[in-house]
Design a protein around this ligand. Structure first.
Ligand code: HEC
Length: 193
């Protein structure tokens, strides 16, 4: 009896530790999403490109835009997500509040390499940034709505957007992805695990 009691207690302690660890990892993912949202948007809702996204964010995927004529790609798009976004999306099947998505837009250089005809990233043209907003924080702001903050930044100025109205500048082009919260999730293998 005594032995069973001790074993039972040990099992309960282990279950308790596992539950606490799970809670803290959920909390960590949510709080890192919220922190990321703050580094990409100020309290008035002005977006910016976070300085450190290339080292602290995670890559979601990339898109090659075919050349109009001839071989190769005319643009490359590389998409990053703020820390914790991938784990939270796999768990909840939705983007956590404060999640930041960044799409780099590159012109390309195309040439023959040992793998074939290859296009690589050339000059950076700029960034598209989306910040998840479940709380409708900036109701009168034309760069916020439908659950996101939206902005484009020219490569010369990562802290000042040239966008003025997301409905005109962004949304119509994202309608095909409306069912997946306006994001082209099919292009992002890490979200599927
Ligand atoms: C010409 C159409 C078009 C316009 C305009 C456009 N987008 Fe997109 N966007 C797309 C497409 C298509 C993709 C995915 C494929 C690709 O990159 O070519 C995408 C991808 C993105 C991504 C990567 C995450 C995702 O949704 O898959 C972000 C971030 C993004 N766009 C933000 C914006 C913002 C912010 C604006 C407005 C300032 C904007 N886009 C305007 C068509 C557009």
């Amino acid at each position: 009896m005594k032995a069973i009691g001790a074993a039972g207690l040990a099992v309960m302690v282990l279950l308790g530790i596992a539950a606490a660890a799970k809670r803290s990892s959920i909390w960590a993912a949510e709080s890192s999403a919220a922190t990321a949202g703050k580094t990409a948007a100020d309290s008035e809702g002005h977006l910016r490109v976070p300085d450190d996204y290339r080292t602290s964010y995670q890559v979601l995927g990339s898109w090659a835009i075919a050349a109009d004529d001839g071989k190769g790609s005319k643009e490359l798009h590389v998409v990053y997500a703020s820390p914790g976004t991938i784990d939270a999306y796999r768990r909840d099947k939705r983007f956590p509040d404060g999640a930041v998505l960044i799409k780099e837009v590159f012109s390309t250089a195309t040439g023959e390499m040992t793998t074939g005809t290859v296009s690589r990233a050339g000059a950076l043209k700029g960034w598209f940034v989306m910040v998840k907003d479940r709380a409708n924080r900036h109701p009168g702001n034309p760069l916020w709505g439908d659950g996101w903050g939206w902005s484009w930044f020219d490569a010369t100025d990562p802290s000042r957007t040239t966008s003025t109205d997301y409905k005109v500048d962004c949304q119509s082009c994202h309608v095909p992805a409306q069912a997946s919260d306006w994001v082209y999730v099919d292009g992002y293998p890490p979200l599927k695990r």
